[in-house]
Design a protein around this ligand. Sequence first.
Ligand code: IVH
Length: 379
Amino acid sequence: MAVSELSPTGQEAAELAADVRYHQYRYYALDDPEISDQAFDALFEELRALEAAHPALRTPDSPTQRVGGAIAARFEKTRHPSLMLSLANAFNPGELFAWRERLHRLLSEAERARLAYVVEPKFDGLTVVLHYIDGVFSLGATRGDGEFGETITANLRTVRLLPLQIPADRAAGLAAPARLVVRGEAYVEKADFARFNQRQLEAGERAYANPRNFAAGSLRQLDSSITAARPLKLWVYQALIVEGGPALSSHGEALAYLRALGLPVCPDVQRFTDDEFDQVAAYVAAFSARRHDLPYEVDGLVIKVDSLLMQEELGFTGKDPRWALAYKYAAEEAITTLHDIVVNVGRTGAVTPNAVLEPVQVSGVMVKSATLHNEGLHP
Ligand code: IVH
């Protein structure tokens, strides 16, 4: 519905919602608020009160709907617009160069001359597929089995970095695409995870094993108000469908477009021509150490053929595209001393044994305690 077709109250609500959305985007996505927290709270409260008085004005993309509250009996299934493929892995430089050789064999000489790669972090979270219709976030799903995912729209609406409307910045001068489907990763930052687990343990509750499990568990809550209270973040890394938008010829262009729409796209992206492939290998090696300084978990890098036309020509084998490769870092292990085992009894009577450890650095994090419910898995 266009704003001009609304009643005066409807118009007021639409304008308030647009203002709140804009300031949320400045605050969460750009980290550059234009107004004080108090001024923002006042705007938000005004919108909430208006919607409370006129419930018909409460649209699903209203910023007030981010606080959750929708309780599902179970998750519906969504069929993905195309198969959500996974990635072939490489664990050493030999496998990286072998992948490039394969691409060289499959592409023509003219294509080889234009071949370039985009290298980006491999985010370790929960894969999500997000749908926007006429610029409105209308559906979000997990990857599931690749063909069908679980519909977790209400939970994803609570993720502050996910724009409920695109373009997130009305001043960007971009039109909303008629249809946009993107793939990304929802995750929790290491520090937020540690803080949450600490509080859980203090309350005698179960701690999550790692940020990835925490992110996945948070998004698969049937009560979206639980999800709303979790510090979830999001990176978007692939445009699956763009209808009614600019013609895109490369992955790099697609990322720039998604970023311009206000979707969270990781800035840590590098482009290399095929002639610079030695630098790809060097970058992969150097990134292995640097990844521990990132606030989020990365289990490798993804190397993608930049040209979308070449991607299409290369296609996929089984469940893996030939045009992309995940370079995986080995999980880190460390040895330390067990000082004590403390048994927590939760409010529900659940008993969780926790190890008190001599602090040790693992994957850039200082580990002082560990839950012990996976006894036997690590002899
Ligand atoms: S591209 C068709 N890029 O890793 C390939 N995937 O092991 C599309 N992942 O569940 C995926 N970071 O969702 C791509 N920068 C990134 C990624 C990424 C994490 C996930 C992916 C998949 C898993 C594959």
